[in-house]
Design a protein around this ligand. Sequence first.
Ligand code: NA7
Length: 546
Amino acid sequence: MIETPSPSQNKPVTTEQTPLELIVVGAGFAGLYALYRAQASGRSALAFERGGDVGGTWYWNRYPGARCDVQSMEYSYSFDEDLQQSWDWSERYAAQPEILKYANHVSDRFALRDRIQFNTSVIGLRYLAEHQVWRVETSNNDMYFARFCIMATGCLSSTNLPDFEGRDSFAGEAYHTGQWPHEPVNFKNKRVGIIGTGSSSIQSIPIIARECKHLTVFQRTANYSIPAHNGPIDEAYAQSIKADYQSFRALNRQMFAAFGAHSSRWEESVFDLDETARDEKFEARWSEGGLGFSSSFSDTGSDLKANQIAAEFVRNKIRATVKDPIVAEQLCPDQVIGCKRVCVDTDYYATYNLPHVKLVSVKDNPIERITPQGLVVGDQEFEFDVLIFATGFDAMTGTLLKINIEGRDGITLTEKWADGPKTYLGLCIQGFPNLFTVSGPGSPSVLSNMIVTIEQHINWIMDCLDAMAERSANSIEATIDAESNWVHSGNEIAAGTLFPTCNSWYLGANVPGKPRIFMPYVGGFPNYVAVCQEVADNDYPGFSFG
Ligand code: NA7
């Protein structure tokens, strides 16, 4: 039964006739900024958060070594000068605890907590066309009404736990990296198995290996990883950024992925140089480390032959690091570099030189079943005390589709997206008026610096609400034509890149049965912002108002 909530700041009584202005789903970086903007503009707002506190992705992903792959000076909010001046990052790449501390700091500084219900999932959203409001049902059996919904649900917020036979029969300790316990996990004298070699695994393996008795890594697809060269933040560098932070932010917003303005990148083609000169440049880029390696030259991110040269450079680094040549070859990826998200590591490949670390390829011989003792691959049985699923996420759409979202005319989001996600600008969905997605499919999202994208999205949404107020509109909805054109042009841009050439989570290929659609907008952050701005400046073509 749905109960009437008792009145309080974070449990307001609402009705169809007296709705809140905004419901925000999620209290990660997107939800927090949405609340901040709502508060600053005097809009009533309430957020629901599944976790026990703020932070979203950084609340859940507490596995050993969890760290952002975008540098600290770039991965932070830019909306408040005092905030960005007063916060000091301790490392070049911030670790999860520090990012979570930052999310908490922002929540306290701007008094956002009062408007968040923690440990509360939104389980149903239904658009009541006759009232032009959304009815929101929560896991606490409460019900609220709001004019607008902002889905700040994150892109990597629904874990992917493959349906291995006997998966739940394991009798030891089992963890997923994306739902890591809050208490430290003790690996001392334990035999540990880890499934998956994506970023979460690549970050945690070197740390777990230092502590455990034996570590076995089950790899289906080898991944490219570039050294982070992490360390304490260079104070002089941090101060030089802070001296004119807004210019640094502006420079980064001009970058394809809204970060990396200070990283080396060459205008010339990889084919303009002879092998020696080319390798010197790759070497310099490798020494710098970080995500941008795969697009060091003008064509390494876009031309297959150029890309293969960059890929071979990394493979040679792996061969030079890993002493056992068989293991080294197993660790050498063969897909396009960058078509799966490149990883950024500290000592990942070198960890395989430790005598107690073993790599098992499950590429041709998949994991057959999980047993109470461990797992079985072919005729080999492995026994563990701890089994870690570093198997990733049902990315970008997983969390949205878990909520029963019913739009205008009773159509559900699950029905609407049966063949893959469709949005206009990655912000709105035809048939779902007054509902906005943040960093959703069709936006630069995971191909960009998420905090920059989040600020851009929320700013656009708030401007849109102002524009609606000016024209006394109660509802906004994407038209079917605008949505189709956006999806079509997004697919066309993606088809012209190297991105769809491998089985990545960008494509939904990691989740059995998920439609294979390249989900993020791949035209680059600056182009995306220009289109969004043009739409706003020209009275919102592609939208209908009611
Ligand atoms: P990822 O990058 O999706 O990695 C998941 C890993 O788990 C990847 O190596 C998968 O292999 C592997 N996997 C998934 N299912 C299976 C099965 N059934 N058998 C064996 N191996 C499997 O997730 P992460 O959490 O590491 O990183 C997510 C993002 O967070 C990352 O890109 C950064 O943006 C931060 P596959 O490659 O599918 O063959």
